[in-house]
Ligand binder design. Structure first.
Ligand SMILES: [Mg+2]
Length: 353
């Protein structure tokens, strides 16, 4: 089988009517890059694989990434056997090394990697998770629904909706101007979800070490399950100090790039729950390898976001959660879990009926 063509398009999102906010940034809408890989096996029909790379802000970013993928990466991949997923990744890493293989270059490599796995699934008529030697056919999910722009009064029905949809874990943003405001918001959500539901808090990198220690001690007293991105993502040394000092699990990883940055996190014992992002970590292949490494260090894995990640989590023994937003109206989790879908490639759950 040979790759015949790769189509790269992008769209720019309209501004959000009500932008969402965390402690670091306002997410007012960005856009998406769409990659479609087409391959042919002799005279057989064409098989395709697709990927979507979303941006929560920066409307210029989708166009810039699409141009990079189309002009820099695609010419290196045309004619290759799409089943050689790791071979293509290695070739693209070498090709982009001049830029430093992180940041934008790695987002581009990830876009092609995800499309290749999707194509392999379609070529074999199987969902990707079945090709990975899975450990499970259903995956626990938690709801990231507590954005910082919501008032305390608005958080209450949001937490109620998460409970009605069957989530057994809820995440909310922290990092208000004062610790007291964070505590008020946490107590409000806890009053709705009860003691039997896990509550995670996410600071999106805004604290320094003394403040993360001060607030983390309070979050653990409040029974929070993990403290996410308490510090700058690239300060692994301070993350290690924090993880050693606190009892609450330290979670990070959505802003780490490539398995070698993750290796440093694990070697320093700087993380209890690692959270790779499919785009920034470098794609499906890289996430699988990060998970295997995490498992060897007895570190739990919880994806940043869902989508194709759902299939990968099924094959990770140390995976504890998929991150989700709200389900479509009327949908409900099955015992806190999403059933892995049966459609080919990176198929997604069908919530109708
Ligand atoms: Mg986060």
């Amino acid at each position: 089988m040979r790759i015949e063509s790769i189509e790269v398009t992008h769209d720019v999102a309209p501004p959000r009517a009500r932008p969402i906010r965390d402690a670091l940034q306002v997410l007012d809408g960005g856009g998406t890059v769409h990659v479609t890989v087409r391959a042919r096996d002799g005279l057989r029909d064409v098989v395709t694989g697709t990927s979507s790379t979303g941006f929560g802000r920066m409307r210029a970013a989708p166009g810039a990434l699409a141009a990079f993928v189309a002009e820099v990466l695609v010419p290196e991949v045309i004619g290759a056997d799409p089943f050689l997923v790791r071979g293509i990744r290695d070739r693209l890493w070498r090709h982009t090394d001049y830029h430093g293989t992180a940041g934008f270059a790695l987002l581009g490599i990830a876009a092609i990697d995800v499309a290749l796995w999707d194509l392999v699934g379609h070529a074999l008529g199987q969902p990707v998770w079945r090709l990975l030697g899975p450990v499970r056919d259903r995956m626990p999910a938690y709801a990231m629904v507590g954005w910082l722009n919501f008032s305390v009064e608005e958080l209450l029905p949001i937490a109620e909706k998460a409970m009605a949809q069957g989530f057994t874990g809820v995440k909310m943003k922290v990092g208000c101007a004062t610790l007291e405001e964070d505590v008020t918001r946490i107590r409000a959500v806890r009053s709705v979800i009860g003691d039997g539901t896990r509550l995670m808090v996410d600071a999106n990198q805004v604290f320094d070490l003394p403040e993360a220690l001060r607030r983390g001690r309070v979050f653990q007293e409040l029974g929070c399950f993990w403290f996410e991105e308490p510090l700058r993502a690239d300060n692994h040394a301070h993350l290690a100090e924090l993880a050693h000092a606190l009892d609450i699990r330290v979670a990070t990883g959505e802003n780490d790039f490539g398995k070698r940055q993750f290796r440093d996190l694990f070697e320093r014992r700087a993380v209890d729950v690692v959270q790779p992002d499919l785009r920034r970590a470098g794609g499906a292949t890289e996430c699988l390898e990060v998970a295997a490494m995490a498992d060897a260090f007895d570190v739990a894995y919880a994806s940043h976001g869902g989508g194709p990640h759902l299939h990968l989590l099924a094959a990770m023994p140390n995976a504890i959660y998929m991150e989700s937003g709200f389900l479509p109206d009327g949908a409900r989790l099955d015992d806190g879990c999403i059933r892995l879908p049966e459609g080919p490639g990176f198929s997604q759950p069908d919530w109708r009926g």
